[in-house]
Write a protein that binds this ligand. Sequence first.
Ligand code: SF4
Length: 928
Amino acid sequence: MKPHNLFNSLQTFDAGAGRTGMFCSLPALEAAGVGPVSRLPVSIRIVLESVLRNCDGQKVTERDVRTLANWNARSPAPEEIPFVVARIILQDFTGVPLLVDLAAMRSAVARLGKNPKLIEPLVPVDLVVDHSNQTDFAGTPEAFGLNMELEFKRNRERYQFLKWGQQAFETFKVVPPGIGIIHQVNLEYLAKVVLCAPSTINHQPSTIYYPDTLVGTDSHTTMINGLGIVAWGVGGIEAEAGMLGQPVYFLTPEVVGVHMTGALREGVTATDAALHVTQMLRRAKVVGKFVEYYGPGAAGLPLADRATIANMAPEYGATMGFFPVDQETIAYMRATGRSEAQCAAIEHYYRAQQMFGIPRKGDVTYSVDLELNLADIQPSVAGPKRPQDRIELPKLKKEFVSAFSKPVSENGFGKKAEDFNAVQADLALPAGKTRIGHGSVLIASITSCTNTSNPSVMLAAGLLAKKAVERGLRVPAAVKTSLAPGSRVVSDYLAKTGLQPYLDQLGFHLVGYGCATCIGNSGPLAAPVEDAVVRHDLVCASVLSGNRNFEARVHPNIKANFLMSPPLVVAFALAGRMDIDMSTEPLGADRDGRPVFLRDLWPTLAEVSGVMQNALEPATFRKLYTDFAAQNPKWNEIPSSVGHVYEWDPKSTYIQEPPFFVGFSMQPGTIADIRGARALGIFGDSVTTDHISPAGSIKKTSPAGQFLIAHGVAPEDFNSYGSRRGNDRVMVRGTFANVRIKNLMVPGVEGGVTKYYGGASFQLANASGDATAGKLEACPTLPIYDAAMKYQQEGVPLVVIAGAEYGTGSSRDWAAKGTRLLGVRAVIATSFERIHRSNLVGMGVLPLQFKEGASAQTLKLNGTETFSVLGLSDAIKPRQDVTLEIMRATGATERVPVTLRIDTPIEVDYYRHGGILPFVLRQLVAKA
Ligand code: SF4
């Protein structure tokens, strides 16, 4: 690493443990008069350090340093910050396609006759395989082994490919399946808080220290903000650019300070705190902002609680939910087995930067200051459809019953109130006879990094299970119970404290170490249960310790989904229903028929901390996070191909070379007008990335399903779109294939279809006025993929037209890649979600924005038009106006201005090069 000594900021410091190092000193920057650095939020200072250290006059300039050092709390400069991160983390759904792109770049470089090793991540990359385990088996001691067996069978090709990547790239490491969830593994093992790298300064070998910062291809990367690390989730395309030395660009944010006072009361968990904060910050509208917690309440929170609150930043809409580094950070690092030298380096570094400790009121100037007394937080759940809809426990019964008959538009279920108790289905299941109806709990899962990384709530769940078993309570037979911790450390302490056997007795057997129910891999319900739900259209519930509960995320047939703490998950599993007021009604009866209430089972804080004393040992973390590949025989059994260039297998249905670099040349094209384009789809507001590129199951009749069948894959082996992201042929067929997407070109129809106005059925740009209504109606309705391919054969460019917030939801690179591969040249929307807009540019697709007041509706577009985008050339400027020419089927034309949503000069370059990857590839090859 070669830091620049801008403003004489490169200084020596005592790094602890007898070491001396160099660092880019922020106090020195302030002393040089560059800006009031010590008044900046700590999160902004950490970004500033990166800008200062990476200032090379090209990608990062002195102006960037000065602008950020003078960050204006009330009105941050409307400038993009070039942020070079220290490392990158990936989960397997998003990581596999990213590795496919790296492998494809190596193939392209080899074809150019250059050394493929030119393509190497420039920062360390860790991929954690956690999204692929499914809960096919649950409620038995064998569940874990059987689920693992299936996972390896289903994903063998992907895992083989990951093993190739691990040996081919020096800076790319894989945490194999069965170890844990990405964010918990990051917290317990990968994170360093402070990093160091060898450097040469004034011809002398030295070591430069700098803050651990990262981006991850998963929204909940923010969990690591709890450890004082600046980090957030990005799309795969941005992560790829970050890996290859490009800064991650983001708009200078406002920083919302949340001044915490008080402490959580008896009976209130960190999950309750996270749900409370989510609701509070949603109301405060923190979307796109940094949130920084400070004050005595924040200082008093255990680190695991900070991480739980930080985890849910995407749910409250913030870019981050940040807790500065303090003594508690060091204590956590020590408790999780990190070395004394590392702990010393963290403390010494942060003290040298004058950033050690949680700020007090008045220390820092925030854009907005909010107050939160932790003592005000109540035990709660959130649901039934959105994480921000928090309900205090005693009000749940009333709220659930009222949601049953509320209109769907008000987040209800649109049923008749009098039908609530009308249906009762009696079922005979292997576990016993049971009865279900509206309000029955059918899935109860202790799941998700949000909570399984927090020993206090996990131990509370175990203690509650113990008391329930001792009173003779049982979970009703229809409830599918599961325990999917985010690391093996959890199993270790649940075994050590003797609590796991009680969880087992209630059916909370281990099902896997991974995302499981949290990502929707909840597996099937028992057939009679599923049948009864579908037959009677029951409004049944899942209870989970996760962070998202959008409809159909947890299970396609479970309509109500409630987020809650692990002990409450156990309690609701025991009750078996949501229409219960646990403050007054019993969960069940004990062996003697006496009612057992939640208060009888709820463990006290003293009981939890009593078992915690002996639960966690640094040595356990060290043992479980050492050489985990060797501890995973199934992973070791998978053969791996070797070599720097991947040998693509044309028969693979999981991994294929994408066409992004086929025919690659060193010369970028020129930017030119788009003429005579057809609309592939016209969509309304809030089209999500999941509408554009679904992650879930693949329908047999869809183009992707038909493709897989034609390639010998049986429908039961389809796996999900998420797991097929290494194969562009499946993914392009899945683009816009979500069964719920509504293309306004085909009114009243749900699913990925469109009207095809090309070929012989309709003369393109029929200016003669021959496009009669009869002819238009005769045009066929086709799957979007089929129509796009026909247009491609005819050389007809495509556009997509959409409403507000186009591309909202989880960042998903395939939403942009698939759009590009369908032949879409521009997306014209009323507004865009931030990451998806940048991903479109990153893939060489033009985002264009209608002017205020204009939309597909005001322009009366129905898809029979042809479109031209005029005014495009190599001289385009960010956010300039260009012209959209609309030629109606009658031949009439209309011209409207639209805003080019290429937002920065670097994005003009990306677009000119056909996307970020060709841009980076040309730079790397040119340098070689
Ligand atoms: S457990 Fe849930 S929140 Fe955590 S990484 Fe997995 S899917 Fe995301």
